[in-house]
Ligand binder design. Structure first.
Ligand code: PEP
Length: 251
């Protein structure tokens, strides 16, 4: 896996009030004190980010956001900018999660603008891509992923993508308890790395971290992390409980 540092990222989605988030973050910071094999990140809802930032400061846990808007500031009711996330202590931002594409009209074009904004603010973008069950059954997995990655990353210079993280999240595996098989995951991750190589050259392809997401649990994480092109996990449901997430982090 070269020198790509594994990343285990927790997406808390629309769960936890400020005080609940603080409690879970406090537990997690203690539970992962000893972890050196991977970087740990949690992405709480916006209302909890500043509170959690105080808890995770100087710990093994990094902070991320679940979304951003591409403008710096302005009359954009309900939106949050990359500068706001940076000032709240975020290092990462998840972009183009399938739930945002499905329920909030995100497209490859908006994803591209968001990645640009993230990179301009030195946030590390986690670009989420993945096919639906129908697309997989129709043997369109690779063309769907090619389009999401190509359009999502259009117009960047190679050095701008040095920190980029891609999360492969087959939609049919998110929150369903169904995990992709090791063969399916490795096949797609290798495809994504070759795609990065084709478009941006060998150096980027080697440094880019590709996470798997979709019903990752303590009992399947070890096998997934053993795959040559898996550099980490994006965890939804199983990241909400500090002990369960800590077991995943200690894969
Ligand atoms: C996710 O939302 O990114 C995710 C992978 O969810 P879950 O782990 O619950 O399937």
């Amino acid at each position: 896996m070269g020198n790509r540092r594994p990343l285990i990222a927790g997406n808390w989605k629309m769960y936890k009030t400020g005080s609940e988030a603080v409690e879970t973050a406090r537990q997690l910071v203690k539970l992962v004190e000893d972890v050196t094999n991977a970087e740990v990140m949690i992405a709480p809802p916006f209302t909890a980010i500043s509170y959690v930032s105080d808890i995770v400061r100087n710990s093994r846990v990094s902070l991320g956001a679940q979304n951003l808007f591409w403008e710096n500031e302005g009359a954009y009711t309900g939106e949050i900018s990359s500068a706001m996330l940076v000032s709240a202590g975020c290092k990462y931002v998840i972009i183009g999660h399938s739930e945002r594409r499905q329920y909030f009209g995100e497209t490859d074009e908006t994803v591209n603008k968001k990645i640009k904004a993230a990179i301009a603010s030195k946030l590390i973008p986690i670009l989420c891509v993945g096919e639906s069950e129908k697309e997989r059954e129709g043997k369109n997995t690779f063309s769907v992923l090619d389009k999401q990655v190509t359009n999502g990353l259009e117009g960047f210079l190679v050095n701008e993508l040095e920190t980029l993280v891609i999360a492969y999240e087959p939609i049919w595996a998110i929150g369903t308890g169904k995990t992709a098989t090791s063969d399916q995951v490795q096949e797609v991750h290798l495809f994504l790395r070759s795609l990065a190589e084709k478009k941006n050259g060998n150096m980027l392809a080697k440094s880019i971290r590709i996470l798997y997401g979709g019903s990752v649990k303590p009992d399947n994480v070890t096998e997934l992390m053993g795959l040559p092109d898996v550099d980490g996990a994006l965890v939804g449901g199983a990241s909400l409980d500090a002990e369960t997430f800590s077991k995943i982090v200690h894969y």
